[in-house]
Design a protein around this ligand. Structure first.
Ligand SMILES: *[C@@H]1O[C@H](CO)[C@@H](O)[C@H](O)[C@H]1NC(C)=O
Ligand SMILES: *[C@@H]1O[C@H](CO)[C@@H](O)[C@H](O)[C@H]1NC(C)=O
Ligand SMILES: *[C@@H]1O[C@H](CO)[C@@H](O)[C@H](O)[C@H]1NC(C)=O
Ligand SMILES: *[C@@H]1O[C@H](CO)[C@@H](O)[C@H](O)[C@H]1NC(C)=O
Ligand SMILES: *[C@@H]1O[C@H](CO)[C@@H](O)[C@H](O)[C@H]1NC(C)=O
Ligand SMILES: *[C@@H]1O[C@H](CO)[C@@H](O)[C@H](O)[C@H]1NC(C)=O
Ligand SMILES: *[C@@H]1O[C@H](CO)[C@@H](O)[C@H](O)[C@H]1NC(C)=O
Ligand SMILES: *[C@@H]1O[C@H](CO)[C@@H](O)[C@H](O)[C@H]1NC(C)=O
Ligand SMILES: *[C@@H]1O[C@H](CO)[C@@H](O)[C@H](O)[C@H]1NC(C)=O
Ligand SMILES: *[C@@H]1O[C@H](CO)[C@@H](O)[C@H](O)[C@H]1NC(C)=O
Length: 418
């Protein structure tokens, strides 16, 4: 064979895969997806739990399998367009297969927009990489929704998550995910819901979180997150739910939190946040739940809280708040749960505050709130903290042991009204 012939042959051989590839149709893409999904199925090591995966077989199109949805995709080849089915949605919540995502080869699922594997039992007990969110997840470029909540996933959130720029929902809650939130999260500018509650995430909230201006829900609760709430949080003006409870967050609440005027739920319980409760909370006109107990808040409860007319629950217990309860509480007609216990509040429980019938009010261990002083109304002598002086007939006053702080209460009335 001449050298030239050999070179031609070599060029042909090298080109051969490319020639074959150029004849790829999306139909063969579906075949590849079917093969891969079947390999994944056979990697799940508990046949008894296949149940719903019975329909997954090589005799039928994957588009007919349980939990799989396909959509037509159009590819433009050399002068022709092909429309073919590809897998776009894998939805297998509560299937309880045991295994890993290792063989769920994301590179073959580039058209996937929806992945729900929540409430399963995927774990990482076989090899170190197993069970972690595989780094290759960055190849699901079209993914809008990634839900693996309630599994046994380990490992950290891979930096490649930032490549899923179409992501709107990211729910990794109730797993064993470690490591910190990667800064690449800042690229997910379409993210509306980010829920990683109940994992073991460490490190600080990255300042770049302020880039996620579409966020409506941010739940980082139940992790080991440290350090300050970044000021950039003021950028998240669409936020309706902010839950940072049960972490190790310190420092002040940044004043720019006042930007989050759509907040309905603000939950900061069980941290070590210091300083005063910012008056900016008075801008949260839609706020219905405010839970800030078990922190190190000091200073008075500012009257601005009386602007939160939708407030249903306010729990400021176990801080070191001082001063009187502001008169503006009288505006809080929706308030059903009020817990101010274990603070250093003083002064009378304002007689302008008229809680709803069946409001649960807990004031115990707040020193001096009831005091000893008596009030005289229509020649009757009332204790300052007498339930009648609130202008309420039926109010459940919840008392615990250590009655010193509630010494002014008409205990008999408090008990009989329960
Ligand atoms: C054909 O499929 C392979 C993967 O199997 C891919 O790498 C290649 O880009 C595809 N070629 C075309 C022209 O779609
Ligand atoms: C289909 O799957 C069965 C086992 O599940 C296997 O024995 C058979 O070879 C497969 N057929 C093809 C065409 O891959
Ligand atoms: C994906 O499939 C599930 C179950 O069929 C369905 O509930 C969900 O709405 C689908 N999601 C999308 C984005 O089509
Ligand atoms: C989940 O997996 C664990 C082992 O990793 C096993 O003990 C448990 O029974 C499994 N639960 C279900 C519901 O399959
Ligand atoms: C986050 O997800 C969990 C379920 O895994 C849910 O209970 C919780 O309510 C979600 N957080 C918010 C703020 O909705
Ligand atoms: C922040 O968001 C902008 C788009 O609003 C984007 O161009 C930029 O890359 C993001 N920055 C980071 C660090 O992710
Ligand atoms: C606030 O959001 C804008 C995009 O709306 C972005 O350009 C900016 O970098 C963000 N600021 C912070 C501190 O994240
Ligand atoms: C408050 O939100 C606006 C956008 O609505 C933004 O321009 C501004 O920088 C935000 N302020 C802070 C302190 O984040
Ligand atoms: C609570 O605050 C008061 C001052 O208002 C201070 O004297 C006291 O030491 C604080 N208690 C705690 C437990 O921090
Ligand atoms: C009020 O808060 C205290 C301390 O956090 C707690 O022990 C008590 O159960 C709460 N009371 C009500 C009625 O929830």
């Amino acid at each position: 064979m001449s050298l030239l012939a050999f070179e031609i042959l070599l060029v042909l051989l090298l080109a051969l895969p490319n020639l074959l590839c150029s004849t790829n149709s999306t139909a063969s893409q579906l075949d590849r997806q079917a093969d891969m999904l079947l390999r994944w199925k056979s990697s799940l090591d508990d046949p008894m739990s296949y149940g719903c995966l019975e329909t997954w077989s090589n005799r039928t199109s994957p588009c007919s399998w349980a939990g799989i949805t396909c959509s037509a995709t159009v590819t433009h080849g050399h002068g022709r367009s092909d429309a073919a089915q590809v897998v776009t949605n894998i939805s297998l919540p509560e299937y309880l297969p045991q295994g890993t995502l290792e063989h769920l080869h994301f590179a073959d699922l580039s058209q996937l927009s929806f992945l729900d594997l929540s409430y399963n039992n995927f774990s990482g007990s076989i090899s170190p990489s197993i069970g972690s969110i595989p780094p290759s997840i960055g190849s699901l470029m079209r993914l809008k929704s990634l839900n693996v909540m309630n599994n046994e996933m380990t490992g950290s959130i891979p930096g490649s998550i930032g490549d899923l720029t179409r992501l709107e929902l990211l729910d990794l809650s109730f797993n064993h995910i470690t490591g910190s939130i990667p800064p690449s999260i800042g690229k997910l500018i379409r993210l509306k819901s980010f829920n990683v509650t109940n994992n073991q995430i460490t490190g600080a909230i990255p300042g770049i979180i302020g880039n996620l201006t579409s966020l409506e829900l941010l739940d980082l609760s139940g992790n080991k997150i440290i350090n300050f709430i970044p000021g950039s949080i003021g950028n998240l003006t669409m936020l309706e739910v902010l839950d940072l409870s049960s972490n190790e967050i310190i420092g002040f609440i940044p004043g720019c939190i006042g930007n989050l005027t759509r907040l309905k739920l603000l939950h900061l319980t069980f941290n070590r946040i210091t300083g005063s409760i910012p008056s900016q909370i008075g801008k949260f006109w839609s706020l219905s739940i405010l839970r800030m107990s078990d922190n190190l808040f000091t200073g008075p409860i500012l009257q601005e809280i009386g602007n939160c007319l939708e407030l249903y629950e306010m729990d400021l217990s176990r801080n070191n708040l001082s001063g009187a309860i502001p008169k503006t509480f009288a505006n809080l007609y929706q308030l059903h749960i009020l817990n101010l216990s274990f603070n250093s509040l003083s002064g009378p429980f304002e007689d302008t505050f008229t809680p709803f019938v069946n409001t649960r009010v807990s004031l115990d261990h707040s020193m001096d709130i009831c005091g000893d002083s008596k009030t005289v109304i229509d020649n009757d002598v009332y204790e300052k903290c007498d339930v009648y002086s609130f202008g309420v007939v039926s109010m459940e006053v919840v008392m615990e042991d250590g009655m010193a702080a509630t010494s002014g209460l008409n205990k008999e009335e408090a008990l009989t009204s329960q």
